[in-house]
Design a protein around this ligand. Structure first.
Ligand SMILES: *[C@@H]1O[C@H](CO)[C@@H](O)[C@H](O)[C@H]1NC(C)=O
Ligand SMILES: *[C@@H]1O[C@H](CO)[C@@H](O)[C@H](O)[C@H]1NC(C)=O
Ligand SMILES: *[C@@H]1O[C@H](CO)[C@@H](O)[C@H](O)[C@H]1NC(C)=O
Ligand SMILES: *[C@@H]1O[C@H](CO)[C@@H](O)[C@H](O)[C@H]1NC(C)=O
Length: 374
């Protein structure tokens, strides 16, 4: 137990109790007027860490490390310290959302903080621009960390390479619903080490332009995401909808929503058919540079977003799935052109002609009534 408490103390001790204020430095933390949002940027070479006290009453809290290494803090840890005091402090924190970024953090410290946050009511954690160094023993107890709803990672690198997700997962309670991983250094997960995410509904792998369809297969560890409903793959190096379909089939992933927007998708004439997940009802193909509707889409959808592509004519019904809500805005074929029968001006013109005709007929009738044409 004691070895697991060390790293826990490190960051919290530093953040909550040390006072090394140097009077000349500006205060690194700011609390908004409502006392809800608190942000600390410790980019100063000698920051006043104790200023983080300001954030103990906030709900949305951000700590940025100014790119510094937090490794030396591990050496300052008092292993004899009584943890109970810190547990009480953490229990009383109203933190809902925590964002930590711009630092090099030893894994024992990061996981120690996660373990400590297990006593808090934290719901959303974001880690960005972090380099996690070293590794650590797995927790002694199962499900020891925070009971997060949402975990977002962006540009986080891990010394443990492909094993990082499995390692991180051990420090979270299993209720995670939304997992976002952007600018990942590895999504080639060691799947046999990854445990099931029993409640995960949304997996967002957007902004991994190197991922591609082959990378997607290794990222979607089979049977580890049994409750998945939404997969977001914006700007993730996807090439064709049917290639994504094959990757989903290879990983036997069930889905209701798939977001492929912001990929440069090719039209896929002649690719062999693939069975889409049977519950898939929403497909986003916007901002994908499509010149025509790709072949091999699911035959029936509730929502299909084809907006902001390069379609230069209106898709024919037989090219489209049966769809309740279709978005086509932002395609060249909708650009208003003066002589185009389908343009907006054409649609507006009809009632104008009609009312004019009615008016003329009305005038004729009046004149007729007046006996002028009798
Ligand atoms: C923190 O402050 C430094 C120096 O002023 C600045 O360059 C950096 O963008 C800030 N970081 C954040 C996340 O605001
Ligand atoms: C990614 O994070 C590292 C720190 O780990 C930082 O040096 C680098 O600038 C970040 N990259 C981007 C694109 O923000
Ligand atoms: C992914 O990991 C496997 C081993 O787990 C390895 O054989 C493969 O080369 C890796 N792929 C990439 C693209 O790194
Ligand atoms: C599709 O994706 C685009 C861009 O990512 C987004 O703006 C749009 O709202 C999405 N459409 C639907 C129907 O969710």
């Amino acid at each position: 137990m004691v070895s697991q408490t060390e790293p826990v103390l490190a960051l919290l001790l530093v953040l909550l109790t040390l006072t090394h204020a140097s009077p000349a430095t500006p205060e690194p933390c700011e609390l908004d007027e409502q006392g809800v949002r608190c942000s600390c940027n410790f980019s100063d070479p000698q920051p006043d860490w104790s200023n983080a006290f300001l954030c103990t009453g906030a709900q949305d809290v951000e700590f940025y490390g100014g790119g510094r290494s937090l490794e030396h803090f591990l050496k300052r840890v008092d292993t004899e310290a009584d943890l109970r005091h810190f547990i009480d402090v953490v229990r009383s924190l109203p933190w809902q959302r925590l964002r930590v970024g711009d630092a090099r953090v030893p894994a024992p410290m990061l996981f120690g903080v996660l373990r400590m946050l297990g006593y808090s009511g934290l719901k959303e954690l974001t880690l960005e621009n972090l380099e996690v160094t070293g590794t650590t023993l797995p927790p002694l107890l199962e499900a020891t960390g925070p009971d997060l709803n949402t975990l977002s990672l962006s540009n986080v690198s891990w010394a443990t390479g492909d094993a990082w997700l499995a390692e991180l997962q051990q420090w979270l309670k299993p209720g995670l619903k939304i997992l976002r991983i952007a600018q990942a250094h590895s999504l080639n997960f060691s799947c046999e080490q990854v445990r099931v995410f029993p409640a995960l509904v949304t997996l967002d792998l957007s902004n991994n332009p190197e991922l591609g369809e082959r990378g997607l297969i290794s990222a979607l560890c089979p049977s580890k995401f049994p409750t998945l409903q939404v997969l977001a793959l914006r700007n993730a190096g996807m090439e064709t909808p049917s290639g994504v379909c094959s990757a989903l089939a290879a990983a036997s992933v069930q889905l209701e929503g798939l977001d492929l927007s912001h990929n440069s998708l090719r039209d896929t004439a002649g690719t062999p058919g693939c069975d889409w997940p049977s519950k898939l009802n929403s497909l986003n193909l916007s901002f994908a540079g499509l010149r025509q509707v790709p072949q091999g889409l699911p035959t029936k959808l509730e929502v299909l977003d084809l907006s902001y592509n390069q379609l230069d004519r209106k898709p024919r019904p037989e090219e489209l799935p049966k769809v309740d809500k279709l978005s086509l805005e932002g395609n060249p074929f909708l650009d208003p052109e003066p002589h185009s029968g389908e343009s907006d001006s054409g649609v507006v013109a009809a009632p104008v002609h009609l009312s004019l005709a009615v008016g003329v007929l009305g005038a004729l009738a009046v004149l007729q009534g007046a006996g002028l044409f009798a």
